[in-house]
Design a protein around this ligand. Sequence first.
Ligand code: PGA
Length: 257
Amino acid sequence: MDRIIAANWKMNKTAGETREFFVKLRKLLSAPGKRLGKSLKDRIIVICPPFTAMAAARKGMRGLRARLGSQDIYFEKNGAYTGEISAEMLAEFGTEFVIVGHSERRKYFRESNRLVNKKLLAVLENGMVPILCVGETGLQRKKGIQEKVVGRQLKECLEGVSHGLMQKVVIAYEPLWAIGTGKNASPEEAAEMHAMIRGVIEGIFGKPVAKKVFILYGGSVNKDNAAGLSAMKGINGFLIGGASLDAKHFVDIIKKP
Ligand code: PGA
């Protein structure tokens, strides 16, 4: 199975800074002896900049094996929704991946599973790939209800998705206590949740579909913990925040075995 390495820049980088990032990324990926070699052909690199830097990113990634992603979307087709961006607008722009249900959107903008579900369906209807984020808080883990919480998020956010389209959905398991804290889930903790998530998908969509779904881990991924995490069965890549802002650090993670 390929591995998806997705960068979530959040509210970071102007268009100018994005151009600088891609100049560096291009150098790092094409330096002699460092070219993305045969062994790394299976990496799918996705960059999700802020909306205002997406044009610079699209230009910057020309000729590179990188794909453009968005950090959010609105589910309505068009209309009086000041400040929002539709799926059609993103698809027309060349966006291939869209993050939905990130915990920061759930926390600061009160996004519910119901809203995330509508966004996810809009992404799929417009031929793009949703990256659906799920994860428990530290308190929920302390109480031992992480599987219940994540199971519910999955069921509610995936409602109405057909078996055919489910094969395109990417899930990102991002425990909230690990996001931006420098304290990642251990490889074992992450693998346990990934297996549980795959089990829930199997329960709803059947085994052949569940086997094909990419499940990423996110939360304080860096060049030191990436290899240990991706060695675990069922971890099919990463969604990376902080460590993806620096081109060198990001490439170091991409190159980890
Ligand atoms: P982090 O963020 O890598 O900075 O912890 C991950 C995310 O929120 O997607």
